[in-house]
Design a protein around this ligand. Sequence first.
Ligand code: ACO
Length: 327
Amino acid sequence: MTERLARIAGVGAWLPDRILTNDELSRMVDTSDSWIRERTGIRQRHIAPEGVTTADLAEQAARRALDDAGIAPEAVDLIVVATTTPDFTFPSVGTMLQARLGATKGAAFDVQAVCTGFVYALSVADNMIARGQAGTALVVGAETMSRILDWTDRSTCVLFGDGAGAMVLTADQSSDNSDEARTGILGTYLRSDGRFKDLLHVDGGPSSTGTVGHLRMIGNQVFRHAITNIAESMTTIADRAGVAIADIDWFVPHQANQRILEGVAKRLSIPTEKVISTVADHGNTSAASVPLAFDRAVQDGRIKRGDLVLMEALGGGFTWGAALARF
Ligand code: ACO
């Protein structure tokens, strides 16, 4: 039987030029470079200047991914943008991006699962490709988290940054179902548990307060759930695909905190050299962090064609999940 797999044809990323250092933050709130580094691993984050929006970042990352794939925007028949910081309540960043790229076929929309957004978006696109509803998909994670931070709250404003990452998926109809021939998204696993909504949320929105609101987080409680849930999603997806964690070449986690990355790696006996970490340079870019990290590891030659890669994330909601791919 032939299987329609979503092959990762290209990747791209974009970060605004402006870098905000820990020392600069320590002049804005009662914090220090050493506290931020020790508790999170973050050294700096990129911040979109006034007037630069999520759609702008998404467009730059998308164009790079399309160039990398050698695919013209007109060929794209599905755009899924993962974001929790859209330019407007509507239209979606997805349809804005569609118009900017000159793509007119198929459908474009946003997915909102906060930091797990990219894994959710990838899952939606993968399933639509598998069902024959799309042939060439652009999956983007893009955020301007700086716009929903309370810059007087030291417990959250030091953690986040802005950026975007993108992947192009193309349908690959293969009659060879051997493990080596199966290149592309091999599986996705999505979870959520709305009972934990208050631990990580934004205190505003169009139908409640009529304001954009600010991000609120009880960080130490989120931290405890993060390691357990992320490890569970990783073992589940590996089991379902019939691969051992030890056989996976690279782990591309959501970049919330270096201690979470190390805690998960320790729990699953993963060598830290296999874990792609960009949190020091980017901070937590929410839905953008997984494709940003993926792109960096492809650009610097770590992730190569044929490698088995596991992506994972946990975010507000709570939402969490994982995706396994042969690049
Ligand atoms: N500088 C100095 N001190 C600080 C700062 C700061 N920036 N922020 C908090 N503190 C203080 C606190 O006030 C507290 O002081 P107290 O003991 O006097 O009350 C102390 O540091 C310890 O605070 P904790 O919150 O217990 O610190 P913790 O070690 O847990 O680190 C952190 C906080 C970094 C937020 C961590 O808990 C974390 O990373 N949590 C998980 C975040 C996450 O994974 N989020 C999910 C994705 S995000 C999304 O979906 C949008």
